[in-house]
Structure formats: C-alpha cells, structure tokens
Design a binder for this molecule. Structure first.
Ligand code: HEM
Length: 137
C-alpha cells in the first residue's frame, strides 16, 4: 500500500481528531453551562469543583484543536481562494479570543466577570466551530 492510497484515511483521521476535540471544547462548555443550575444545588462549591474538573478535560481538547488545526492548514490550504484564506485568518483570531476568554473565565472572581468571560468563551467557540464547517466546505 502506497502513501497516496493511505491519504484519504489519514485525512479522515486528521478531521475526526479535530472534530472530536471540538465536541469536547465547544459541546462541553454548552453542556456544563446547561447543568449549572443543578450543580449549584449540590453544594456551595459544586460549581467551582465542576469547573475545575471540566478544565482538566477542556484544555487538552483545546491543545488538540490547535495541533490538528495546524495539521488541517498544512493539508488543505494550498490552492484555496483568497476568501478561504481570509476566513481562516478570522477563525484563528476567534480561536485565540475563545482561549483567552476561557482563561480569564477561570481566573475571574466576581459573578459578573465569570458570566462575561464564560459567555464570551462560549460564543467565540461556537463561532470558530461554524467557521470551521465553512472552511471544510
Ligand atoms: C476552538 C477551536 C476550533 C474549533 C471549535 C474548530 C472547529 C472546526 C470544525 C467543526 C471544522 C469542520 C470539520 C468538518 O466539517 O468536517 C473545522 C475545520 C477546519 N479547521 Fe478548525 N476548529 C478550531 C481551531 C482551529 C485552528 C486553531 C485552526 C488552524 C490553525 C483550524 C483550522 C481548520 C481548517 C483548515 C479546517 C478545514 C479542514 C478541511 O477542510 O479538511 N481550526 N474546524
């Protein structure tokens, strides 16, 4: 079997890893947000403990997104139109905003800033996901 014959399988593995990490990073944020009212009723520090546990899962997923994102670019960017390249640039900026907002969310002390940075991280993450779907075409 030649490398050329293996290309579709390698491409499938690359995209599957990228999408799997996106389900954890994006879907995890939405799911944890949805569970929060119930988690708060479990005890005073319930929300904080769940947030810490989620961070141990979500940051590795973010790292996988960055690594497989770079892999995606090396695999599919050549010969793409300018509009695709621009969308990619905007997406990478949105990904940075999502990571920064999630990091600030993890360090916020007041409920207001917890909400602001949490919402910003979720919104930017969903935006990056939608942009990724458009990039994949
Ligand atoms: C929050 C982080 C990210 C999320 C949620 C995300 C999500 C996605 C999704 C859902 C797809 C579509 C897969 C499909 O429809 O089959 C995709 C594709 C893509 N992503 Fe990301 N992504 C992220 C980060 C990145 C980064 C950092 C880069 C570049 C360094 C990147 C580059 C790409 C490229 C080039 C594609 C198209 C791949 C192809 O056509 O084979 N992504 N992304």
């Amino acid at each position: 079997m030649t490398i050329a014959q293996l290309a579709p399988a390698i491409g499938g593995l690359r995209l599957s890893l990228h999408v799997l990490a996106a389900t954890v990073w994006v879907g995890g944020q939405l799911t944890v947000a949805g569970l929060l009212p119930t988690v708060r009723r479990l005890g005073e520090d319930g929300a904080r403990r769940i947030a810490r546990a989620f961070a141990r899962i979500s940051w590795p997923a973010y790292a996988v997104l960055l690594a497989t994102g770079i892999w995606n670019v090396t695999a599919v960017s050549s010969g793409q139109p300018t509009s695709w390249q621009i969308l990619l640039g905007v997406k990478i900026s949105v990904v940075v905003v999502a990571g920064l907002a999630a990091w600030l969310h993890g360090r916020a002390k007041s409920p207001t800033w917890l909400g602001v940075w949490g919402a910003a991280a979720g919104l930017a993450s969903v935006t990056a996901l939608v942009m990724g779907v458009f990039l994949a075409g």
